[in-house]
Design a protein around this ligand. Structure first.
Ligand SMILES: Nc1ncnc2c1ncn2[C@@H]1O[C@H](COP(=O)(O)OP(=O)(O)OP(=O)(O)O)[C@@H](O)[C@H]1O
Ligand SMILES: [Mg+2]
Length: 506
């Protein structure tokens, strides 16, 4: 085809196309892209209209292209230009034959119709969730009526005793009244739980510093868990704020504390941590229910009895409990789940029998623009070409991490089983620059992998990955005296790249 006809096609295609050179100056753009930039200009003040390149600098288009150039990783952003005008922007790096960066090609799609469809789907989904909720309320009514009947039996029985028994005028049997009061208090507690569960009570959201809330309630928490349990905190210094009802956040903490307490009948340790975390597009793509952005993680770990996989699957169901009837109603975690969902957060749980349990709760932070620290990290050194042995038992996760590593430039060997990994280590360790391994896997553990490799080459570089927090891993799971570097799941490609460089350059 002749060049002019190519140009003709590109000019008439219903997709905006912009080519930026390696200095991020616009080198070429088609009519559709120009239209879009004009649309952006309409929403800017007049002084900027005369200076297109300056305006471009301030738009999402530019940020999207700049991030691609910085990280080398394809970027995808959705933006709303006007009320109901949705665009999808994608940028990817263009390299020429000798692998030198030529610039960034950016495509802009109109996804307004798609968004409308999505909204309709969301509505259907909401209706479905509502139906499900009705079902669980049915179950709830069943469970609660049992507890209520017990309480009412006590109240009626005790009242009858007072009425029947003869005693001098004006004198009341105080112990009976006390019992009645106690029963009524239990009923009140139950109602409170129910209301939180069905979220009918009014919430008062405020901007909250989770560290402060935890520290302010430390005494209360300690009295809740008793003296046999040591409470430790490890709070991120510059923690971001979250928008939440204070009472609800305390409720979450209390439910988790009571559970941790129950899981450690002979005492133990609870660790509460907070952490800022940025989840990027890559992560969100793997977890459709999560929007990319800045989150605050509140992490609660215990070293109690833990739970098996089957129990873990059910813990968020209302009325699921493994405790005796007078000890648990099974509403604690379903309440936690309800609150977290309400605030667009999510929960990850990691647990192992007799080792302990970690609950990681993520809330969107109130930061409007991505973390500065994160931006800075973009620019730092994240690429490399070394050989990495990736040991991870979860297939989806393994594939995702492998993709991340390749996007960062590394060569990757990713055996499917722990025993395959061991045989690679035994036969070909000299070809491997870094072992990236999960810590807890069925069969062969990260510890086995590390020990085997260190026997052959004591200086082999290792980076551990795990869903548990660093503290728990170091104290419980890795019995090595050497402090191995560690990255906590979930992580973005940029976090990973940065951490790998840190280990390889050390
Ligand atoms: N930290 C933990 N360690 C071990 N198992 C846990 C932990 N947290 C929760 N579980 C398991 O999950 C189940 C459900 O927890 P949930 O808080 O919803 O109910 P519960 O504690 O049994 O009763 P309730 O909270 O209503 O008093 C528990 O019965 C227990 O089996
Ligand atoms: Mg509980």
């Amino acid at each position: 085809m002749k060049m002019e006809s190519n140009e003709l096609i590109l000019q008439n295609i219903n997709v905006g196309i912009i080519f930026y050179d390696s200095d991020l100056k616009i080198n070429w753009l088609n009519v559709k892209a120009e239209e879009l930039i004009n649309q952006f200009l309409e929403n800017k003040d007049d002084s900027l209209k005369n200076n297109v390149s300056k305006t471009i600098l301030e738009t999402d288009l530019f940020t999207n292209a700049a991030t691609t150039l910085e990280t080398g990783i394809e970027q995808e952003d959705e933006i709303i230009v006007k009320d109901n005008d949705h665009k999808l922007i994608k940028s990817r790096l263009i390299k020429n034959g000798d692998n030198k960066i030529k610039g960034v090609i950016q495509t802009i799609y109109d996804i307004t119709a798609l968004k409308k469809l999505e909204k309709e789907k969301e509505k259907l989904n909401e209706q479905f969730i509502q139906a499900q909720k009705m079902e669980s309320i049915g179950r709830l009514a069943g469970g609660i009526s049992h507890d209520f009947r017990n309480i009412l039996t006590a109240i009626i029985g005790l009242s009858d005793l007072i009425l029947i028994e003869e005693y001098p005028k004006g004198e009341i049997k105080k112990p009976y009244v006390r019992e009645i009061r106690k029963a009524a208090e239990r009923a009140t507690e139950l109602i409170k739980q129910l209301l939180i569960f069905s979220r009918k009570e009014s919430l008062q959201d405020q901007i909250i510093n989770p560290n402060k809330l935890i520290l302010n309630n430390k005494k209360m928490i300690q009295s809740l868990i008793g003296e046999d349990i040591i409470l430790e905190t490890n709070l991120e210094h510059d923690i971001n704020k979250i928008n939440i009802d204070k009472g609800q956040l305390i409720q979450i903490l209390m439910n988790l504390m009571v559970n941790a307490h129950d899981a450690m009948p002979n005492g133990g340790k609870i660790l509460i941590e907070t952490k800022n975390i940025y989840l990027d597009n890559n992560y969100a793509k793997q977890h459709p229910e999560i929007l990319p952005g800045d989150y605050v993680a509140i992490v609660v770990s215990d070293n109690g009895i833990g739970m098996d996989e089957q129990t873990k699957q059910k813990i968020f169901e209302p009325f699921f409990t493994t405790k005796k009837p007078d000890k648990g109603t099974g509403l604690g975690l379903s309440t936690v789940f309800g609150i977290v969902k309400h605030y667009n957060g999510f929960i990850n749980v990691y647990s192992e029998i007799n080792k302990g349990t970690t609950f990681k709760i993520y809330f969107p932070s109130t930061l409007k623009t991505p973390n500065k620290e994160h931006r800075k990290q973009n620019k730092r050194d994240i690429y490399g070409t070394e050989n990495i042995l990736l040991v991870e038992d979860d297939k989806d996760l393994r594939n995702m991490i492998e993709k991340m590593l390749r996007a960062l430039g590394y060569s990757v060997t990713s055996p499917e089983s722990g025993s395959d990994a061991l045989s690679i280590i035994e036969n070909n360790l000299n070809k491997i620059d870094l072992i990236l391994t999960d810590v807890i896997m069925p069969g062969i553990s990260g510890n086995d992998i590390v020990k085997c490799a260190q026997k052959i080459n004591p200086k082999i570089k290792v980076l551990l990955i795990s869903g548990y927090t660093e503290n728990i891993i170091r104290n419980v799971h890795i019995n090595s005296d050497i402090k191995l570097p560690f990255i906590s799941k979930p992580f973005s490609a940029i976090d990973l790249g940065y951490k790998i460089r840190e280990v390889l350059n050390s």
